[in-house]
Design a protein around this ligand. Structure first.
Ligand SMILES: O=C(CO)[C@@H](O)[C@H](O)[C@H](O)[C@H](O)COP(=O)(O)O
Ligand SMILES: [Zn+2]
Length: 196
């Protein structure tokens, strides 16, 4: 297979994954945005976490909330738990890498806040610990996963929102996760500001 055909294969697979994700996940994305708006209108904040590409997604989401997405509006309260290198290295070094997010959730999270937990496998131990800490704090969880949802799918509560991308390849799942983030940001802005 030549390189261009290989590249084309990524586009074709990504388009197909996004199509099936739209059919499976659109109502859940709308619900996730409603949960976030209710949290923000009640003086709450959103904490976001994930590893690797999902750490970048957590940071991307928080930046679009605190800064802006497409429309001018006041900043919205969101913090990426994957970006403070001092906290991450200190907790990982002094305690355990599995606790890098949960310790931050326990320090920053309050009842009524929301945790956006992102894991393509649904099995990252530090994300699982963060969800347990969020539940302990009385926070609702929006979980983005893929594959079979992993252990995260098993520990979510009825109040949480689980958006499981129907795909097995990590790259494809991540591509949909970014789309979910943008669709959620747009829905949040639409609920807060109205407009087109
Ligand atoms: O971006 C990629 C792969 O596309 C990687 O950095 C990937 O995010 C890392 O391997 C993560 O550690 C995977 O964790 P998870 O999505 O299973 O929770
Ligand atoms: Zn990646």
């Amino acid at each position: 297979m030549d390189l261009i055909a290989r590249v084309n294969g990524h586009f074709i697979e990504s388009i197909a994954t996004k199509q099936s994700a739209m059919e499976a996940l659109a109502p859940g994305v709308a619900l996730a945005a409603e949960v976030m708006v209710a949290c923000l209108m009640n003086e709450g904040k959103i904490l976001a976490c994930g590893n690797g590409g999902s750490a970048a997604d957590a940071q991307h989401f928080a930046a679009e909330m605190v800064g802006r997405f497409e429309k001018e509006r006041p900043g919205l309260a969101a913090i990426s738990l994957a970006t403070d290198t001092s906290a991450l290295t200190a907790i990982g070094n002094d305690y355990d890498f599995d606790l890098i997010f949960s310790k931050q959730v326990r320090a920053l999270g309050q009842q009524g806040d929301v945790l956006l937990a992102i894991s393509t496998s649904g099995n990252s131990a530090n994300v699982i610990e963060a969800i347990a800490a969020a539940h302990e704090r009385g926070m609702r969880v929006i979980a983005f996963t893929g594959k079979d949802g992993g252990k995260i799918g098993e520990i979510l509560s009825a109040d949480d929102v689980h958006l499981n991308v129907p795909a097995t390849r990590t790259a494809r799942i991540q591509e949909v996760h970014l789309l979910l983030i943008h669709a959620m940001c747009d829905a949040i802005d639409y609920m807060l500001l109205g407009g087109e």
